[in-house]
Design a protein around this ligand. Structure first.
Ligand SMILES: [Zn+2]
Length: 293
């Protein structure tokens, strides 16, 4: 089963689990020891706050969480610098993609918000910043600020890594239920097909947490257009061209020449773009080719 971002069905905020094994079985936090559950390439789906590291701050709805690495496993003392790798990089990736992180507080946490016993699921948080600083130990540590996310959770993204078969068949529908989301499994697949390079300008944004691009639905998913969440309705764009495309400053002709900027849409064979959705986009924004200077 893939990594689940967001709520776990049947687990309410405030649900308490006897131990790490119970958290693992419920799918709330999979690793039995690690504090961060995640992978650098897909983000962190949950963290456990338990030990109360010297540089952590817990204000309930806002948490300053120190990453992992460089600690003596028996004493928990910091003995070396931390690096933006493994779980730390996964948390950075969650910030990049705006993914929700389940936060669990454990009984050993030195905070007013610690549960009296067991491990309590405290809901979803977003990573909104991270930085490197010198910790109280004198070593470089990586810290993350997580803030509680309390809105409607029905719209959380569920990114999944594409299978080899999915990469071969771009038209295959994702099994993800269609929702109005920022990052669908299909959008992630399209980004991989373009190696995260913008289809308008070719730029691939490199960040310490990995390459960044956005999956732009040509015909929007939401009402009233109700476009499909299929690869042929998605472009891989840099944030600038995503804004310009959504606002109709940039369009694409049937022959893939661009409107509003010079050049042609960059295409790859395994990612065909549907002419009818491009036409729909042009019509929605009054971008008929003949009207252009
Ligand atoms: Zn671009």
């Amino acid at each position: 089963m893939g990594r689940v971002f967001g709520e776990i069905e049947g687990v309410a905020v405030g649900a308490t689990f006897a131990d790490r094994e119970a958290l693992h079985r419920a799918g709330v936090h999979r690793p039995l020891q690690a504090g961060i559950s995640g992978a650098a390439a897909d983000g962190a789906d949950s963290i456990v706050l338990n030990e109360g590291y010297e540089d952590d701050i817990d204000r309930g709805d806002e948490i300053i969480y120190t990453g992992h690495g460089g600690r003596d496993p028996s004493t928990g003392r910091q003995l070396a610098d931390q690096k933006l790798t493994l779980g730390n990089r996964a948390l950075a990736h969650s910030m990049l993609e705006g993914l929700p992180v389940r936060v669990i507080r454990g009984p050993k946490l030195k905070s007013a918000f610690a549960p009296p016993s067991g491990y309590r699921y405290d809901g979803l948080y977003l990573v909104d910043d991270y930085w490197t600083t010198t910790g109280k130990s004198g070593f470089q540590i990586i810290q993350f600020r997580l803030t509680r996310y309390a809105e409607d959770r029905s719209a959380w993204p569920q990114p999944t890594a594409p299978t080899a078969e999915e990469l071969k068949t771009p038209s295959r529908r994702s099994t993800t239920v269609q929702r109005i989301i920022r990052s669908t499994a299909t959008a992630n697949r399209v980004k991989l097909l373009h190696n995260h390079a913008c289809q308008v300008c070719g730029v691939r944004l490199e960040t310490p947490a990995g390459p960044y691009a956005e999956g732009a639905h040509i015909m929007p998913l939401g009402m009233p257009h109700s476009g499909p969440d299929t690869a042929s309705n998605i472009l891989c764009l840099c944030p600038n061209h995503h804004v310009l495309f959504d606002d109709g400053a940039v369009g694409v002709n049937d022959d893939f020449t661009l409107i509003g900027v010079p050049g042609r849409l960059r295409t790859v064979r395994r990612h065909p773009v549907a002419a009818e959705v491009l036409r729909h986009h042009r019509e929605r924004h009054g971008l008929a080719s003949k009207d252009l200077p």
